[in-house]
Design a protein. Structure first.
Length: 397
């Protein structure tokens, strides 16, 4: 398939420009005429040298989904919507995918089938909701719900990232400062101390030995860090490794409670969105388990699905999992009894979104003084250790 740049006139006389994928120039012209466009110029798009492929962000997907819903609601044909959005898409990676989707839809595929060919951008949740929207003739409504879900889910991720940012920055600064002291500052003091000929105090000798070690083996230390990082990534990619890490993450004294609340919010938001969109609960649980992001939560959802297939209620296995708080279990039970499961799940998600906000604020407030004490303690110990011999010499005179 080749990309062609075209210019043409619509039936209302307006002139538009855009891009289209086709086997050749003649095929591109035929496709444009089928769309009731009289092409006045069709030529091959010059090839561009791309040094790197831009990543498709959640923000790109949210904007696309919101604009697509507006166009469908306004009555524009599906193919024309895809063509317009592809031509206006600033991200070249996403632009290429949208053009491929448009070509697939023109070839007879459903919108959901075309999306399913790009799982790196459109996950099972997105594809299944679109399929439900196409089947029920409410694609615009489904897309609106999808864009709301994506926005709230991205906001949830950003909250967790913000909680991790501060300790990460402080730790990086601490490592950088200590490295500079060990490699450049302490050797200067060491040359001065060697002229005194006296034995160094214990803390000073400890710091000097650490500086010697760092100067001699810094390349090996960096290599060790890289090896440990690669080993951790490999371990996490294994089934048992991910299970162990996710179990440990939920048991962390400070971050564990936050991660548990994030998992509950994501689970209830995802499942509530799917049920309200007409997706069967068994399919919804299967997809939700794949997007849980935590192996422990995923296994709990799989057990819930298995229990429901055996005729049990949803609230019973949720309570037995030990992952979901009692309030969540009780509200789900009420939702099952009243037949308003989607609304109840949405309320739970809203509640836990607020809980995550509060947990992030509390975590940040607790970490700020702790990290400052940590950073100050390390630098303070090194500085005091370096000045101890000078203080001893001053007291000797």
């Amino acid at each position: 398939m080749s990309v062609f740049v075209w210019e043409g006139r619509y039936a209302d006389g307006s002139i538009k420009k855009g891009e289209i994928e086709a086997q050749n120039k003649a095929a591109a012209t035929i496709i444009l005429r089928r769309q009731r466009i009289l092409p006045t110029k069709v030529k091959s798009k010059p090839k561009q040298i791309v040094l790197f492929t831009p990543k498709i962000k959640t923000k790109d997907l949210v904007i696309f989904t919101r604009q697509f819903a507006t166009m469908i609601n306004a009555g524009l044909p599906l193919v024309q919507c895809l063509e317009i959005l592809a031509s206006q898409q600033p991200n070249p990676s996403f632009k290429k995918i949208l053009s491929q989707i448009k070509t697939d839809v023109e070839g007879g595929s459903t919108f959901a089938e075309a999306l399913n060919k790009h799982p790196s951008v459109f996950d099972d949740l997105f594809v299944n909701l679109v399929a439900a929207g196409e089947l029920g003739g409410v694609l615009d409504t489904i897309l609106e719900r999808l864009s709301d879900y994506l926005e709230k889910n991205e906001a949830l991720k950003n909250k967790v990232k913000s909680a991790m940012t501060y300790p990460s920055i402080v730790s990086t600064v601490a490592i950088g400062v200590v490295a500079v002291l060990m490699l450049f500052v302490i050797p200067t003091f060491q040359d001065l101390f060697s002229q005194f000929g006296a034995a160094l105090p214990g803390p000073t000798q400890l710091v000097v030995n650490a500086s010697h070690f760092t100067q001699s083996y810094w390349i090996y230390m960096i290599a060790l860090v890289i090896i440990l990082y690669i080993a951790f990534k490999w371990f996490k990619s294994q089934e048992k490794g991910k299970f162990y890490i996710d179990t440990l993450a939920l048991k962390l004294p400070i971050f564990g409670n936050l991660l548990r609340k994030v998992a509950v919010a994501k689970f209830t938001r995802t499942l509530g969105t799917m049920i309200s969109s007409g997706v069967p609960i068994m399919d919804g649980l299967e997809i939700t388990s794949k997007t849980a992001g935590n192996k422990i939560v995923e296994n709990a959802i799989v057990k819930v699905r298995s229990s429901i297939s055996q005729g049990r209620t949803m609230s019973e296995p949720l309570g037995e999992s030990g992952i979901f708080p009692g309030m969540v279990v009780q509200m789900v039970a009420v939702g099952e009894a009243t037949g308003a499961m989607d609304q109840m799940l949405s309320k739970i998600a809203d509640f836990y979104d607020e809980e995550v906000d509060a947990a992030v604020d509390a975590l940040t407030s607790a970490l700020e003084p702790l990290m400052m004490v940590f950073l100050g303690g390390i630098i303070g110990f090194v500085l005091v250790a370096m000045y101890m011999p000078i203080f001893q010499m001053a007291s000797a005179f």
